[in-house]
Design a binder for this molecule. Structure first.
Ligand code: HEM
Length: 576
């Protein structure tokens, strides 16, 4: 079943793919050659460039998600540099007398004033603000969808666990970048967001008040937070993201990119196209597509009109005030939690109603995500390298868990918008919250079970396809009056995709005691691993083996032959 697919094949880290060079004598080509020689003679970079340019990359649309994250980050940097030239990171109070008449005489911080100035008095300032904000939303959304692609296809498995952790840290950093940026204008919305975060920090026992004091420099809101957040937002966080992105992409290069299953693709080769010129051209073009789409959003769709909200003031808190989408789950967690769990111990108040939804829950959630590659490795016990991706249906439990996590997240997001949902659907906000309290537990479990069953159903369908071929819709009637539907065998390429997945089974834990009757150490741990392994692999659909394929095909051929011999097939009397 070795059918080569299109593209070049590389069996090591250095590809054997060919890169065609087009001889040209034009002045431009010669100038480019001379420049390359000049640089190579002084840096010896030629061999490295050749190695990189010939590196093969497998192709799939889902690999674009990481690229979107990368390009929107570049747009963030470019637009952010322009915003930095006009933003004043200061909480000093001023009375507004700028270009926007409706705010004349309003008391506000210099940060808010400079945001208004940028939006109404600086040519192109509002466009830059909007491009920056849209780029931030697309950056976080593409990171999360990229992470989902890595999760559902199992791209985090050995040797990419470290890169998963690097990516995970990037995701956390992107949330930090988004939150600090969102808070800079010092408007009512962001100020209230900060007040919520201060409340969350204060709910942490013992150290909470010190962290709060360290951040705000006084009791909330203080007058140092905006300058501090500004430094973090424009220097510290982008610096960390840049360094981590470099490490992330370096690891992608060194470990080679994974590939989707297909004819001829194995864990020991790479089937794809060379970085130069194919991907360089594609990636360059795609950057401008992403940039263009973000610029279009920034130009046509209003975002964060802070002048409508007004400068920060602790008193006005209205309904319909949601943070950006990536922080909504914390808001949802806080809203969903019954306010019953506040205990006083030795004069200290323990706000479990804040601590649990906003600290413990996200901690467990993110901890689970960070450790997921190892959790799955314990369950499989498989130590081999994996370069061919899983089709989500072939990992039913993982796919079920992924869908359950997304469902859990969506319920929290909806609860975070419960006032809007109640308003739009004319429902009681209290009834909605009670419903979400039930759904937050029930829906993820249901989503897990349904997804797992669907995945296994699809696996069974794949088995049918491999063994009995594709239904053609052609019905043939034999002389005896019997009808059969003609099935056509699927192609070798398709069969490769449908049968090539690992047949993982629950791990055996072995006897509790050794041959001398002495209890083996770590029995509890082994039992836990075995239970985890059973959870993953007890229910499974095994891939079709070559013997089964051969047997099914022989059986079909014999059946048709037998029918033909028993009742000679008469084309004139058959209906197709
Ligand atoms: C600033 C954020 C990020 C950027 C710019 C970024 C960029 C990229 C790019 C361009 C690729 C190669 C193309 C692709 O497979 O999509 C990639 C691969 C990868 N990323 Fe990310 N990524 C980011 C965040 C993340 C996150 C949050 C995770 C997971 C927690 C992650 C895990 C991975 C892994 C494991 C690979 C290798 C995939 C493979 O070989 O199939 N990345 N990333």
């Amino acid at each position: 079943m070795t059918t080569p697919s299109s593209g070049s094949v590389s069996t090591g880290s250095v590809s054997t793919g060919t890169v065609s060079s087009v001889p040209s004598t034009s002045r431009l080509t010669r100038a480019a050659g001379d420049t390359a020689n000049f640089v190579d003679e002084r840096t010896s970079i030629g061999a490295f460039t050749k190695f990189m340019a010939r590196k093969l990359f497998p192709d799939h649309w889902s690999f674009m998600l990481g690229e979107i994250a990368l390009y929107s980050f570049i747009v963030l940097l470019l637009s952010g540099v322009i915003l930095t030239a006009f933003f004043v990171p200061s909480m000093d109070q001023v009375t507004y007398d700028g270009g926007l008449a409706q705010l004349h005489g309003a008391e506000m911080s210099k940060a808010f004033e400079s945001t208004i100035h940028m939006s109404f008095d600086v040519p192109g300032g509002l466009l830059m603000r909007q491009i920056h904000h849209w780029a931030a939303l697309i950056f976080t959304a593409s990171i999360v969808t990229h992470m989902a692609r890595i999760f559902f296809t199992g791209a985090f498995r050995k040797p990419r666990e470290i890169n998963w952790l690097v990516g995970f840290t990037l995701m956390i950093m992107s949330l930090a970048a988004g939150f600090t940026g969102y808070s800079l204008p010092d408007d009512v919305l962001s100020g209230n967001g900060l007040r919520i975060i201060d409340g969350v920090i204060l709910s942490i026992p013992i150290i909470g008040q010190y962290i709060s004091y360290g951040l705000f420099g006084a009791q909330f809101p203080g007058d140092v937070l905006i300058p501090r957040m500004f430094t973090a937002h424009i220097l510290l966080i982008p610096g960390i993201i840049l360094a981590l992105v470099a490490l992330h992409l370096f690891l992608v290069f060194m470990q080679k990119h994974t590939q989707h299953p297909g004819g001829g693709r194995t864990d020991k080769n790479v089937v794809g196209l060379p970085l130069f010129p194919v991907y360089t051209a594609k990636a360059g073009g795609f950057f401008f597509v992403v940039f263009g789409a973000i610029a279009l959003l920034g130009a046509a769709f209003q975002i964060n009109p802070v002048w409508n909200y007004g400068p920060y003031d602790p008193s006005p808190v209205s309904a319909g005030t949601q943070p950006d989408w990536y922080m909504l789950f914390i808001d949802g967690g806080l809203r969903i939690m019954p306010g019953l769990f506040e205990v006083v111990i030795g004069g200290y108040t323990l706000s479990l109603n804040v601590l649990i939804p906003a600290v413990v829950l996200p901690g467990l959630f993110f901890g689970f995500l960070a450790l997921y590659p190892w959790i799955e490795k314990w369950a499989t016990g498989d130590r081999g390298e994996k370069h061919v991706l899983d089709r989500p249906r072939n990992a039913p439990v993982r796919t079920g868990l992924g869908v359950a996590i997304i469902t859990f997240y969506v319920v929290l997001v909806l609860e975070g918008s419960n006032d809007i949902v109640a308003n739009v659907f004319h429902l009681s906000i209290n009834d909605l919250t009670i419903m979400f309290r039930i759904l937050v537990f029930a829906l993820p479990v249901a989503a897990f079970m349904i997804t797992k069953r669907i995945a296994m159903g699809l696996q069974r369908k794949d088995r049918e396809l491999v063994l009995h071929g594709e239904e053609t819709g052609r019905i043939v009637r034999f002389e005896s009056g019997e009808y059969i539907e003609v099935h056509e065998p699927i192609s070798e390429q398709e069969r490769w995709v449908l049968v090539s997945y690992a047949n993982l089974k629950p791990q055996e834990i072995g006897p509790e005691a050794n041959e001398h009757g002495v209890r083996r150490k770590g029995a509890r741990w082994r039992r836990f691993k075995a239970a985890l392994s059973r959870f993953y692999f007890e229910d499974r659909v095994e891939p079709v083996t070559p013997a089964e394929v051969a047997e099914a095909h022989a059986h079909h051929a014999a059946e048709i032959e037998a029918k033909k011999n028993a009742e000679p097939y008469d084309a004139a009397s058959s209906h197709v």
